[in-house]
Design a protein around this ligand. Structure first.
Ligand code: HEC
Length: 199
């Protein structure tokens, strides 16, 4: 049974005994204390340096032992301000109203390649709701509010920028497509809507 035996409990007296007993006998010349004077050199140097430094606070070197106390960007801080006159080269497109979008001309020319891409993109992003013909009879139409008939006279008379902005911002129950379609892709799709309207 374990019994408390006072000091040194758990360490056998033989192992905890005098270290001198297990050290090899010293055979070299008698130990000298010759390098002892250099031992205090770093301390002297530090004292010397601190005496020379001219800090406005009174001449002492301030040792920062607290890492929190330094210039850092803290959570919830404002982002670093941009240098004056800087212009973003990437990022979000300019915010616009529908009226502004309707004034913008379609920057994508209706080349055969663009028309081909327009048909592909419309098939992926619009057909499920608006149907391949654009008349609002896609497979999802039966399960929700009937999507608009894009071939209706009202939309045939709409500006290119109107469609662009509906894709960008959505309209009523029509979900915005800005995450799926880049601005250029939106303008491209308008060519396919025009094609459907002319059929
Ligand atoms: C999730 C289904 C869905 C998808 C996908 C979808 N639409 Fe629609 N869209 C709708 C619905 C529903 C409406 C009618 C909204 C309403 O009346 O509130 C609509 C309306 C519209 C309108 C008329 C908006 C207005 O204000 O009159 C246009 C234009 C349009 N969609 C274009 C597109 C184009 C182009 C695409 C593909 C990039 C697309 N939609 C993808 C469901 C969809």
């Amino acid at each position: 049974m374990w019994k408390y035996k006072g000091r040194g409990v758990g360490i056998p007296a033989r192992r905890a005994g005098n270290l001198a007993d297990i050290r090899p006998p010293h055979t070299g010349p008698a130990p000298t204390n010759s390098h002892a004077p250099w031992a205090c050199a770093p301390v002297l140097l530090a004292l010397l340096l601190s005496a020379c430094t001219q800090y406005p606070s009174g001449g002492n070197v301030r040792l920062h032992l607290d890492m929190v106390d330094q210039p850092t960007h803290r959570p919830q801080n404002d982002p670093r301000p941009l240098p004056p006159q800087s212009v973003p080269l990437s990022g979000w497109e300019q915010p616009m109203t529908r009226q502004q979008a309707e004034l913008a001309p379609n920057p994508v020319p209706p080349t055969p390649a663009a028309l081909q891409q327009a048909a592909t993109l419309f098939g992926i992003y619009c057909t499920p709701c608006h149907g391949a013909s654009g008349r609002g009879d896609g497979v999802i139409a039966a399960k929700m509010v009937k999507p608009a008939d894009l071939t209706a006279a009202k939309y045939a008379a709409s500006k290119d920028g109107f469609f662009y902005d509906v894709m960008r911002a959505g309209s009523g129950l029509m979900p915005p497509q800005y995450e799926n379609l880049s601005p250029a892709e939106r303008w491209t799709i308008v060519h396919h809507i025009r094609r459907l309207q002319s059929r």
